[in-house]
Structures are given as structure tokens and as C-alpha cells.
Design a binder for this molecule. Structure first.
Ligand code: GLY
Length: 369
């Protein structure tokens, strides 16, 4: 393990930034997190599904997701230990419903799920709309209460390990050393309007959908998602339902998180739209008609950081000294554990995992497209 004297700077205080800051601090590094507006972080916006199988991932992204899923219990235990808070991890299983059995057989991860006929579907999801005649149950998938529990627990875990936070910091430039071209300095504007220059040799870019603002070469663009939550009766829904275009994620206390629109043309346009909210209401009615009567509690939106192949950008970036952990699109919560592990191992040059780490980081290089 190597330690540096100037802090490692994490650009972005969302889920990825916090998860990486936490692991780096656990490795003994001094860490400073620069966050522009924590409320914009996708970690507060996502539904918290841990769903490599239910989302129908394939190829290297499926493998990365499966590895992360396997790390999650231990990762959560570390966060809970360091913060004294619970994260709301529930391996509740996820049901993907289909109109016909043939549709279910064609699903990319069908072989990894348990086939359900209509009787079995009704047993798993009482009240499921009759249009769904077949299903796949992925018992290995789950969820975590990212919005109410995980984010706060991670923040507290970081603070307890000495991570410094600068909230309201708008990073304006990353400067390179004139000879070596390595990362040299970060220029930012504080919430009070003061421009500051921070010497920096090692940083991790976790700026999500906004990553291109700092490094224009990165192929990351926003995909807006609108969501809402409903207060259902406790235990009315025990599994997550992952339908086409809409999913219902039941928390322990009966709150059901409903997602999500996927708006590629919205850019960074903020706010709810009647079309987006109607789409969610129609999705709820098509999956679980009784849930249309449950009172809505909150409505919100956010921006997924998407890339051309929908996989993340991990590892060394175009500026020496600047590591990348961005572009996680629909799978940020799932991939936070492995991303934190890979980036902290690479930054710390930790053995014995170095070869495996390098293999993953090569597969998800920023310039692979
Ligand atoms: N992972 C679900 C979503 O991005 O909507």
C-alpha cells in the first residue's frame, strides 16, 4: 500500500464518489471530496435495485455486475460498521413478468432465473395484472435503500474515517504540469464565490452525468429518469417487480419506489413532466392495479450517466493522475461496491489483486469505443 501526503481528491460527492472515498480512507489515504450539489447525485435518485440478472445485462457488464453483487454484503457491513447506521440491504428477489412463456425464454438472463407460470407468479406477486402469464424470478437479486439510508451511512462512514468534504465546490478546471502533462492543480469556485487553486497529483472523477464538463473527451451523456414513491401497506409486496418500462421496489416499511422514465432527448432539462409522470402511473396500473390507489409520497428526477455501450468508464483517463469512475448508467448502485474496490486497489497499487484489477480496468477503459 502507498499513501500520499497531499489528499487524493474525489470529484463528485454522489454514491460513486462516497464509495471510493470510503475505500481510500480505509486504505489509509487522506481524501478530500469536492461536491457541487449533493442533492443532484444519482445515488439519491436511483431506486437502489441490485439487479444484474433482472435488468437482463449481458457480456462483461453482466460479469462485472455479478462480481459487485457478490461483494455487496461485505461492503455494506463495512459501511454499517464505520457509520453505525444501517443501509437497508434486502435480498428480496426480483420478478420480471412477461405476457407469454416464449417472451420469458427470450430474455437475455432467462437461464439464470426461475421460470414462473401464472399460478407461481400470483404466489410471488399477489394482485399482479392478468396480462402477465409468465415470469422469471431472480432470487439472487435485491435492493438497498439508497435514498434514505445508504447515502447517509456512506457520508457518516467517510466522516468517521477523516474524509474532508467541500460542498458547493464548482470545479472549473483540471490543470496539467507543463512538462509531464500530469494532473497538477484543481481550480474551483466555492459556494461563496471565491476561486481557489488546489495542488493535486491524484484525483478520481466521479462526476456522473456531468463528467464531460471537466473532461470533454469522455463519451458520457445524461439520460433523464423521473420517479415517484407510493405508501403501500407494509408487506403488501415482498418482491421487486421489474416490468417493461416500469418497476416497483418495496421497502421494508411499505414505501414503494416506482421508476423510471428513460429520456435520452431531455439533456439536463430539470423538472417533472406530465408525460413522464403519466407513463409511471400507466406502468403501475399495468403491473399491480391496486397500487394505483396507494397515495403518492414524493416525485423526483435525475440524470443517469450513460455511455455508448452503457458500461462504465473505469481506470486511468486521458490525464495522468486522474482516475475515472463514471458512466454507470442504470447500474450505479449495483456497481458501486466493485467500482470502489477496483479504483481503491488501482490507486493504492494493492497486491495481490493487481492483475485482476488491471484486467477489469482494461475492459472498461474510457477509449474502448
Ligand atoms: N436501474 C434502473 C434505472 O436506471 O432506472
Amino acid at each position: 500500500m502507498t499513501t500520499t501526503t497531499t489528499p487524493i481528491v474525489v470529484l463528485g460527492g454522489g454514491l460513486m464518489g462516497l464509495a471510493i472515498a470510503h475505500q481510500l480512507a480505509r486504505c489509509g489515504h487522506a481524501v478530500r471530496v469536492l461536491s457541487r450539489n449533493r442533492n443532484e447525485a444519482a445515488g439519491f435518485v436511483a431506486a437502489g435495485m441490485l439487479a444484474p440478472h433482472a435488468e437482463g445485462l449481458s457480456g462483461q457488464l453482466l460479469t462485472l455486475g455479478q462480481h459487485s453483487l457478490a461483494l455487496i454484503p461485505q461492503w455494506v457491513a463495512q459501511i454499517e460498521h464505520d457509520s453505525g447506521l444501517t443501509c437497508g440491504l434486502r435480498m428480496s428477489g426480483i420478478v420480471v413478468p412477461f405476457a407469454t412463456e416464449d417472451d420469458s425464454k427470450r430474455y437475455p438472463t432467462a437461464a439464470l432465473g426461475q421460470s414462473l407460470n401464472r399460478t407461481a407468479l400470483e404466489r410471488e406477486i399477489p394482485g399482479l395484472d392478468p396480462r402477465w402469464q409468465a415470469g422469471l424470478l431472480f432470487e439472487q437479486d435485491g435492493q438497498i435503500d439508497n435514498r434514505r439510508q445508504l447515502m447517509r451511512a456512506l457520508e457518516k462512514a467517510c466522516v468517521s474515517l477523516g474524509v474532508q468534504f467541500l460542498e458547493g465546490a464548482d470545479v472549473q478546471a483540471l490543470s496539467r504540469h507543463s512538462d509531464t502533462h500530469e494532473l497538477h492543480e484543481i481550480t474551483l469556485q466555492t459556494a461563496e464565490g471565491e476561486v481557489q487553486h488546489h495542488p493535486c497529483q491524484t484525483a478520481v472523477l466521479c462526476s456522473g452525468a456531468w463528467s464531460q464538463k471537466l473532461v470533454p473527451e469522455l463519451p458520457v451523456f445524461p439520460v433523464k429518469g423521473q420517479m415517484l414513491s407510493l405508501q403501500g401497506p407494509r408487506k403488501a409486496l415482498k418482491r421487486v417487480i421489474f416490468g417493461p418500462g416500469t418497476y416497483l421496489v418495496p421497502r421494508e416499511d411499505g414505501l414503494v419506489v416506482v421508476g423510471a422514465t428513460s429520456e435520452r432527448n431531455a439533456g439536463f432539462q430539470s423538472g417533472l413532466t406530465p408525460d413522464g409522470q403519466s407513463q409511471l402511473q400507466e406502468g403501475i396500473a399495468s403491473l399491480l392495479p391496486e397500487a394505483s390507489q396507494w397515495p403518492p409520497m414524493e416525485r423526483w428526477w435525475g440524470f443517469r450517466p450513460c455511455t455508448p455501450d452503457q458500461g462504465p468508464l473505469l481506470g486511468e483517463g486521458p490525464i495522468p493522475g486522474l482516475w475515472l469512475a463514471t458512466g454507470h448508467h442504470r447500474n450505479g448502485v449495483l456497481l458501486a461496491a466493485i467500482t470502489a474496490e477496483l479504483i481503491s486497489a488501482a490507486v493504492s497499487q494493492r497486491e495481490p489483486s493487481r492483475n485482476k484489477t488491471n484486467e477489469w480496468l482494461t475492459q472498461f477503459r474510457w477509449d474502448r469505443f
